[in-house]
Structures are given as structure tokens and as C-alpha cells.
Unconditional design. Structure first.
Ligand code: THU
Length: 131
């Protein structure tokens, strides 16, 4: 799957977002080494802190379906003017399972940038940090 295809798939998830509070839909698509893709959207909650981001929705879907060690590329997208940068909690959650992940970050005009999770979360704290 090309970067463009993964980004476009993430954009299809914007309509699934549940965003009655922020009105800021976010979509995600997470590619595994075998070609499986897990999609996600943000799901908000009246108790605001219980909201789950789009990237974490996709990640938890993947892990719960047995894909822990083969996550290779993530697209995260929004309708915003600026690129829809993953929040700190999502960067940390992704680092747990895929520190070498490639991340595609798009903005509302569908332009995107490609960077590594190491760039987004340098010197991250992960499972090996506990050794
Ligand atoms: N959001 C995400 O889905 N991913 C991020 O990495 C940043 C923020 C969502 C959470 C909330 O529903 C909305 O964007 C506004 O913060």
C-alpha cells in the first residue's frame, strides 16, 4: 500500500469520528507488515478525559487482534489547516509497540509529511527502558 493510499484511507475515517465536543474529527490507518490495515477515529466522551484519539483506536484494534510486533506505518489525518500532529499520549502508546514506526501526518488539503516515530518522540521511554 502506498503512502497516498494509506492517507486516503485514514481520511475515510473522518466520517466515523464521534466529536460532539471538539468538532475536530481525526482519522487514522495503521499498516502491518502482512498488509493488514487497522483504521481508527477519535471517540469523544462527555467526561472529556475519557476521549480516545484516532491513532490509539487503531493501535488498540491492532494489538487486540494479535498484531503487536509488525506495525510498520501509520497515517493520521484531520481537516485542519495545520498538519494533524499526533498528541503526546499517542506517541507514547505507539512507541511501546513500534518504536521504528513510520508516521504520515496530513492536513485538510491532504498534503502530508513522512517522518519516523523516533523523530516525533526522541529518546522515548519504552519497554527496554525498564531493564
Ligand atoms: N485527537 C486525536 O484523535 N489524535 C491526536 O493525536 C490529537 C487529538 C482528537 C482528540 C479530540 O477528540 C480532538 O482531537 C480534539 O483534541
Amino acid at each position: 500500500m502506498t503512502d497516498r493510499e494509506l492517507v486516503d484511507l485514514a481520511f475515510t475515517m473522518l466520517e466515523r469520528s464521534y466529536v460532539p465536543y471538539s468538532h475536530f474529527p481525526v482519522g487514522a490507518a495503521l499498516l502491518c507488515a502482512d498488509g493488514t490495515v487497522f483504521t481508527g477515529c477519535n471517540v469523544e466522551n462527555a467526561a472529556y478525559g475519557s476521549t480516545i484519539c484516532a491513532e490509539r483506536t487503531a493501535l488498540v484494534k491492532a494489538v487486540s487482534e494479535g498484531h503487536q510486533d509488525d506495525l510498520v506505518r501509520l497515517a493520521v489525518v484531520g481537516n485542519s489547516t495545520d498538519y494533524c500532529w499526533p498528541c503526546g499520549s499517542c506517541r507514547q502508546m505507539l512507541y511501546e509497540f513500534a518504536p521504528d514506526l513510520t508516521v504520515l501526518v496530513a492536513r485538510g488539503d491532504r498534503e502530508f509529511v513522512r517522518l519516523s516515530l523516533h523523530e516525533l518522540l526522541p529518546h522515548g521511554f519504552g519497554p527496554r527502558s525498564l531493564d
